[in-house]
Ligand binder design. Structure first.
Ligand SMILES: *[C@@H]1O[C@H](CO)[C@@H](O)[C@H](O)[C@H]1NC(C)=O
Ligand SMILES: *[C@@H]1O[C@H](CO)[C@@H](O)[C@H](O)[C@H]1NC(C)=O
Ligand SMILES: *[C@@H]1O[C@H](CO)[C@@H](O)[C@H](O)[C@H]1NC(C)=O
Ligand SMILES: *[C@@H]1O[C@H](CO)[C@@H](O)[C@H](O)[C@H]1NC(C)=O
Length: 330
């Protein structure tokens, strides 16, 4: 957006005017995201939330162009939701009990020299980005993303696996469908069930349903999983380099994460102890001297860089990226 335009919009917003360019933006955003609200109260509320997000985005991007941040924000499909709503409805990761998640078993392969850059998308280990919708099923997308990579390495074909299968069928393993779950318990289900269906056979529905697993649709399996040493970014790097995509948990609570558009995410307030969302590390690299993790989210391709985020690496476990890292073994 043109800088003068930004300043004008900000002035309108701060002064509380309902200017016509703003109304136009709001109408366009609603059309683009197929939003229809039930009543006038709801319209006024959603418009206010959207406008608050717009101010945040414009302010942040102004600061970014002044060199204060290396990432930008944008209005995406979540822009009419408050941070509380997003955290409640979309970040359904249950925290693993520390006792069950102490020290990892990953041993660095001796003599392994880690590459400077890894991007498993280039090797076809990463399926297309999906949108979990208003369902706290991130744990299912994250764990299956790691399994898809291992299956592709074993079988040579990349087959998207079914998060709906896990949402519907892994309750007795301790998961809660759209109300949240655990990465480790997702793998426990696949081990106990001796398989998980493909996405094509058992498509995603954005809500809890009856368990319809069938061996006819089976496209993945695993026999165990490895937990990485807690908070150790070097071990995570070694695992990503030598194994493939790794399921991780992060702090996705900040509005800057919800509105992330692109660049190297390095929000100073991203406390590694407040973890609430599961994602998939599919690589890492360095951009103009800044190390980053390449991370796949499940909020659709409109969020971030086509659905991915580059999150600062070796910044003291920013957002807790290395706090709960797991990969399955076939
Ligand atoms: C307006 O719609 C919202 C959201 O659908 C709903 O929660 C609320 O009860 C409705 N209010 C009225 C007055 O109908
Ligand atoms: C942005 O990146 C540059 C290197 O390209 C770095 O020197 C600077 O510290 C970064 N700024 C922030 C706020 O992270
Ligand atoms: C942790 O492990 C104990 C013993 O194996 C088990 O009873 C408990 O349910 C586990 N807790 C979680 C959250 O996995
Ligand atoms: C975990 O590892 C750390 C460092 O490697 C060590 O200090 C600690 O005693 C270990 N804890 C357990 C429970 O094995």
């Amino acid at each position: 957006m043109h800088i003068l335009c930004v300043v004008l919009l900000l002035a309108f917003l701060v002064l509380g005017h309902s200017s016509s360019p703003l109304n136009k933006m709001w109408e366009e955003w609603k059309i683009k995201h197929h939003r229809v609200y039930d009543n006038q109260t709801e319209i006024i509320f959603r418009r206010a939330v959207w406008q608050k997000n717009l101010v945040l985005v414009l302010r942040h991007n102004q600061e970014a162009s002044a060199g204060k941040h290396n990432f930008t924000l944008g209005l995406n499909h979540l822009a009419d939701m408050t941070a509380e709503e997003i955290n409640e409805k979309m970040n359904g990761l249950k925290l693993e009990e520390p006792a069950n998640f102490t020290n990892g078993t990953f041993k660095e392969v001796s003599g392994l020299s880690m590459p400077q850059d890894v991007d498993w998308r280039k090797n076809g280990l990463v399926s297309p980005v999906q949108n979990q919708g208003l369902c706290g099923s991130c744990w299912a997308f994250s764990s299956l993303g790691a399994l898809e990579g291992q299956m592709k390495k074993r079988a040579g074909v990349l087959v998207p696996l079914s998060p709906q299968n896990l949402v519907d069928c892994s309750t007795s393993d301790g998961n809660h469908g759209c109300k949240g779950g655990y990465i480790s318990k997702a793998f426990k289900y696949v081990i106990r069930n001796e398989g998980v269906d493909s996405e094509r056979f058992y498509p995603y529905e954005h809500q809890n349903g009856k368990c319809r697993y069938s061996v006819k649709g089976k496209a993945g399996y695993c026999s165990n999983f490895h937990i990485l040493p807690r908070g150790d970014e070097r071990a995570l790097q070694a695992a990503v380099a030598s194994v493939g995509p790794v399921a991780v948990a992060v702090n996705a609570m900040l509005p800057s994460f919800h509105n992330y558009r692109g660049g190297l995410y390095n929000a100073p307030g991203c406390n590694p102890r407040f973890i609430n969302h599961a994602v998939l590390v599919v690589g890492y690299g360095t951009d103009r001297g800044q190390d980053y993790w390449l991370v796949k989210n499940s909020w659709g391709t409109e969020w971030g860089e086509e659905g991915f985020i580059r999150l600062a690496r070796n910044k003291r476990n920013l957002c807790g990226i290395a706090s709960f890292a797991i990969y399955p073994t076939l």
